[in-house]
Write a protein that binds this ligand. Structure first.
Ligand SMILES: CC(C)(COP(=O)(O)OP(=O)(O)OC[C@H]1O[C@@H](n2cnc3c(N)ncnc32)[C@H](O)[C@@H]1OP(=O)(O)O)[C@@H](O)C(=O)NCCC(=O)NCCS
Length: 192
């Protein structure tokens, strides 16, 4: 067996990493591909127009395509979530959305878990989010923190946000178990 098998970096681009069987069908969590972007834009814009989350332009979505996981229900994208790396020890879980009519079935949680698994595979020990949905993220293992804990985030991205001076998002964080990740583990795998 290939030593990398099951560790994600070697997976095919549309290989599902998590499968969820609902009454209404099977949902797989997979990496996003370029063809998903128009649908992601519609999904996110629908909530952003109602101030439920921040807008993402098409350009931003294409530029950050590799950050994204999608929930695919029989070929239809019904959810998305991204992991954006900030520093050696910190990444943001962002742009989480589940289509209305598909909510409440565990898809949001699966998307978050897929992003947390990405952070673990990258050797990043902490993820955070800025959210209006604190209760949902609490159920996903996050806890509230002072946003001043994340100065790089505030000064790099937030200053460009139109809501910077009137922001009501809640900062939350979750520790990530990264045992076995990192360069030492990679060398050990390579050495067999
Ligand atoms: C927030 C959102 C992603 C949740 O997705 P979902 O698929 O409905 O969530 P899940 O079914 O995986 O829920 C997981 C758990 O959180 C709970 N939960 C879900 N949404 C919740 C909410 N708004 N408030 C409190 N708890 C919530 C569920 O009851 C479930 O609880 P359990 O631990 O008892 O099983 C979805 O409602 C959504 O897309 N909202 C609009 C966009 C948005 O607000 N995005 C977040 C931007 S940061």
């Amino acid at each position: 067996m290939c030593p990398r098998q099951g560790r994600d970096p070697g997976e095919g681009i549309t290989t599902p990493v998590s499968k969820l069987t609902l009454e209404s069908g099977t949902v797989v969590i997979r990496r996003a591909v370029a063809a998903d972007v128009p649908r992601l834009h519609v999904l996110i814009s629908g909530f952003a127009d109602r101030d439920r989350m921040l807008h993402r332009s098409l350009n931003e979505l294409y530029e950050n395509l590799r950050d994204f996981r999608v929930a695919d229900r029989d070929g239809e994208v019904v959810g998305c979530c991204a992991l954006h790396v900030f520093w050696a020890d910190l990444a943001e879980v962002k742009s989480l959305a589940v289509a209305e009519g598909r909510q409440g079935g565990g898809i949001g949680r699966r998307l978050v878990e897929a992003c947390v698994a990405d952070a673990a595979a990258l050797g990043i020990p902490r993820v955070f989010c800025l959210t209006y949905e604190a209760d949902f993220f609490r159920r996903c293992g996050f806890h509230v923190v002072d946003r001043c804990r994340f100065p790089r985030k505030v000064w790099s991205e937030c200053v460009r946000c139109p809501k910077f001076f009137d922001c009501t998002e809640i900062a939350m964080t979750r520790e990530v178990a990264v045992a076995g990740a990192g360069p030492a583990a990679e060398e050990a795998v390579a050495a067999g």
